[in-house]
Design a protein around this ligand. Structure first.
Ligand code: KG4
Ligand code: ZN
Length: 323
């Protein structure tokens, strides 16, 4: 099955073409993965402006589609007169920025009508988790930590499509925390990579942080997070405690990481290190870095497991929950 996937939940216009096969042991081949970044547009404001992002998505969607189709080799520019070799369209419907989600959804609907193809609506958080399935198979149950610009959630995954939210941030998302810190320090947008670069520079000089930063809610018994008041990378350790506890409580076999912040080298390193110190076997999955931040490959994978829906009934849901 060839899937055309569209993701516009935030500030990246993403279109991918993937080939998927098999149900019990699904396999995925990435035929193309185009991410048209809007960083330059939003940089001067230190964050994403939804109306500006919508305008950019509208401008970028068609060229991004042409690039994705061309690169995938399933079609060339003739696609405007002949239908490309696609079986399904997958599109992110939420959570995300409402005007941005709608641009992707309307674009998907137009293509679906034009080419008479089914559309599968996709949850963005689930897609961040399923980004791990490109080349790996998780053993269930799994504890998934999704750390993105808009979300920090710890999710119990009993199977593909079976989720329970164990905990989530009470205030800022992990990525938002990075972005705000970077704004305060004048490091630019997006904050995550900018802070990671600064942290790396300090590490090479053996610099020791002079300030003790707060680690809110670290000793509370629930699985929730809080990042307000916490303004540096100390958050890694803070999160570490929570997922290990969840792993033990729910006897999980796999720890899954996903979302833009999981592209962070230090976070990946600390997870891998921490898991080695645990006295029972836990598999650890994290996507390759380019599949941690927003992309449409993960949307296509989620679409493969989802159900097509009548295009007239597909709507954006900015606050969509995974369960
Ligand atoms: O998943 P994502 O691309 O978009 C959302 O769904 O929100 O996540 C974007 C977030 C931004 O807050 C960005 O600062 C953060 O991911 N991020 C990082 C890194 N790369 C992106 N945070 C820490 N270290 C990174 N290397
Ligand atoms: Zn995301």
């Amino acid at each position: 099955m060839i899937i055309l996937a569209i993701e516009t939940s935030c500030d990246d216009t993403c279109i991918a073409v993937i080939k998927a096969s098999g149900k019990s042991r699904p396999r995925f081949k990435i035929l193309s993965n185009i991410v048209s970044s809007q960083i330059k547009v939003h940089k001067k404001y230190g964050g994403v402006y939804p109306t500006l992002a919508r305008r950019e998505h509208k401008k970028n969607l068609l060229p991004t589609l042409l690039q994705a189709l061309n690169k995938s080799k399933i079609s060339n520019f003739k696609f405007q007169i002949s239908k490309p070799n696609i079986d399904l369209i997958a599109v992110t419907i939420g959570p995300g920025l409402d005007p941005c989600l709608w641009t992707g959804i309307n674009f998907a609907k137009d293509l679906s009508k034009k080419w008479n193809l089914p559309i599968v609506p996709v949850n963005h958080i689930e897609s961040h988790i399923l980004a791990n399935l490109v080349d790996k198979r998780p053993e269930f149950p799994a504890a998934c930590l999704v750390v993105s610009g808009g979300h920090t959630q710890l999710i119990l995954m009993r199977d593909i499509g079976k989720y329970k939210i164990l905990g989530e941030t009470r205030d800022d998302a992990a990525g938002e925390c990075f972005d705000k810190v970077a704004r305060i320090l004048g490091l630019g947008y997006p904050g995550g990579p900018a802070i990671a670069r600064e942290a790396h520079k300090l590490q090479t000089t053996n610099y020791k942080l002079q300030t003790n930063l707060p680690r809110p809610m670290i000793n509370q018994k629930n699985y929730d997070f809080s990042f307000s008041g916490l303004k540096t990378a100390v958050l890694y350790k803070h999160k570490g405690k929570k997922y290990v506890k969840a792993a033990k409580d729910y006897r999980v076999k796999t720890i899954i990481l996903g979302g833009g912040v999981s592209a962070n080298d230090e976070l990946r390193k600390q997870f891998a290190y921490k898991l080695k110190t645990i006295n029972y076997k836990l598999n650890f999955l994290v996507p390759s870095k380019n599949l941690c931040t927003d992309n449409a490959v993960m949307t296509g994978i989620a679409g493969y497991f989802g159900k097509p829906k009548d295009w007239q009934k597909i709507k954006a849901d900015a606050n969509l929950r995974i369960c």
